[in-house]
Design a protein around this ligand. Structure first.
Ligand SMILES: [Zn+2]
Length: 224
């Protein structure tokens, strides 16, 4: 199953095949969390490295998608992979593989603990629910990947993507997809670095700006 998910991620983001990509179950030694079903490690992680290495599957430094809890519906599972893959692009070449120091292992555990215990670290400075990681660039990436998934014949519902929508205080993902128009189709063969060197359609940028404006107004109103 994990290999199938890995292949799916590579199918929608071929640029990730330039180096190893790992899709693994959350290891038991990792701090556990209940607020997410998966997460992405764009720059790798020494703990995951150690676990994968012990399993004999380590083939070099690379990003990872860690599944905490597999959704029962296979369509939701693919949606989870679309979401996490959107955190891994544009693909970045990682440094050469090497044994982490003891201090680096401790640091990685501390970071994982902090991540597991404090969901609010994902929010923006004023409590914006989209924070630094799920804003306009992320939405654009995820919708491109979603479009590619559909094109490859995978049925992945907007509502399971964890992209925009009520949870992030933003408009529904389908509305963003409409505003993005045919951009994903036109840029299907491009890398995400190439895509992001271009401006998104004005309607798409405007929708996000309006959402942010509305959220700020509402947020201000509840604070007063
Ligand atoms: Zn995310």
């Amino acid at each position: 199953m994990l290999e199938t998910l890995r292949q799916f991620a590579l199918q929608i983001a071929p640029e990730l095949s330039a180096q190893p990509l790992y899709v693994v179950q959350q290891p038991a030694i990792y701090p556990q969390t209940t607020y997410a079903s998966a997460y992405a490690l764009k720059f790798g992680c020494p703990i995951i490295r150690q676990v994968v290495k012990e399993a004999g599957d380590w083939i070099g430094n690379g990003p990872a998608i860690v599944i905490i809890e597999e959704p029962a519906d296979s369509r939701d599972l693919l949606a989870t992979i679309v979401h996490e893959t959107a955190h891994l692009v544009p693909s970045k070449k990682l440094s050469e593989d090497r044994e982490p120091t003891a201090a680096e292992m401790v640091g990685a555990f501390r970071m994982a603990e902090r991540w597991a215990e404090t969901p609010e670290i994902h929010q923006g400075p004023s409590g914006e629910p989209w924070g630094g990681a799920h804003g306009i660039d992320f939405i654009r990436r995820a919708l491109h990947l979603h479009d590619r998934a559909l094109r490859h014949g995978h049925d992945v519902p907007f509502d399971s993507l964890g992209v925009a929508g009520h949870y992030y205080g933003l408009s529904w993902a389908g509305k963003y997809a409409r505003a993005l128009g045919d951009e994903p189709e036109r840029m299907r063969s491009l890398t995400f670095a190439e895509i992001e060197a271009t401006d998104p359609p004005q309607a798409f940028a405007r929708l996000f700006d309006e959402d942010v404006e509305r959220w700020r107004t509402e947020h201000q109103a509840t604070e007063d």
